[in-house]
Design a binder for this molecule. Sequence first.
Ligand code: ADP
Ligand code: MG
Length: 374
Amino acid sequence: MTLTDRIYPDQTIGIIGGGQLGKMLAQSALRMGYKVAVLDPSADAPASATSHLFINAAFDDEEALKALGDASDVITYEFENIDGPLLKEMVDKYYVPQGADTLLTLQNREDEKDAIRNSGAKVVPFVKVTNDEDVRAFAVHENYPVIVKTATGGYDGKGQYLIESEADLEEENIPYGDTEFIAEKYLDLEREVSLTVAKNVSGEEIIFPLQENLHRNQILYRTIAPSRVDYQKAAEEEVSRIMNKLHFTGVFTVEFFIDKAGVLYVNEIAPRPHNSAHHTIESCSISQFDAHILAVTNQPLPEIVQHKPAIMMNLLGQDLDRLDNDLFNHPEWHVHLYGKTGRKPERKMGHVTLLTDDIEAALNQLKTDFEKEQ
Ligand code: ADP
Ligand code: MG
């Protein structure tokens, strides 16, 4: 396969991971006429319902990965923590246009932040820590509060310790022996924003409008797009610095912090579809999922136009409990349920997108409709 080859409908796209991102990727691929093969450890993963071939196996099952590779013309992933050596083997044997290097760098927060900083983009001060003494030494320079994060495997704020004082540090008993950690300055945030970009195999790039993200308990709660603060150009500049240093194919999202002084920092990069760009399904000329499928099959990428401003709200287990059958009583809500069995608090079960010319009024309406019992 040469770099400019395209993958055409009727050929098979293999996806490692069959959660909601895998399902929505598959839905885009199916609409375009591709065949879809998915590997996921849960027998009832959301994408088990949207694939021609569903391989129910662990992410480190070598035979199963080989079966996925043999069945596919191109391989992509929605799951970020693929084992390094296995990923390299897949890249050697099969066509994985995203490659292994970027994913491996981004799998480790320290390597990720080093790479971002080396590209010239701005990151929050951080340091690798292996004991409380290292955290104390960092706090001498940066002052508390500090946030300690596991270097690998974290998502939705898991594996993070907010340290506001010496006393907190002693109380937390951070399990340094179990894994690698970094300490990072904890910012008093003004906003969080994210920028989603897609690049096809030939190098064409498209950029989605900057998204504004509100979190609760470190889980994305609402996205407003376009962002109400205009950092589009500044964010694009940072992303272009990063793209000059790291190889990207497909869709990826860069998360940013904006502090009270208005300074923009890169937080982290997700080399896959991202929760904050789900609104693009209804609000933009093509969705992030369409963009990813077009990019990895090396089809031309259309210009992104956002038809209407959007608000996306996540539906966690407890939200579904509360909304119950009310969910479909709002005709203006575009309801997405991922089809996960096991409804649990704080688990992402679905999302709703609404399109509006009046973001503030819609946010207020949501407060009345949705948050009344909170
Ligand atoms: P994850 O990989 O779990 O998404 P993040 O580093 O993005 O981890 O942290 C999740 C959320 O926690 C962020 O979106 C932000 O709301 C908050 N957070 C994390 N690090 C900081 C920080 N240094 N300063 C302020 N808030 C932070
Ligand atoms: Mg994050």
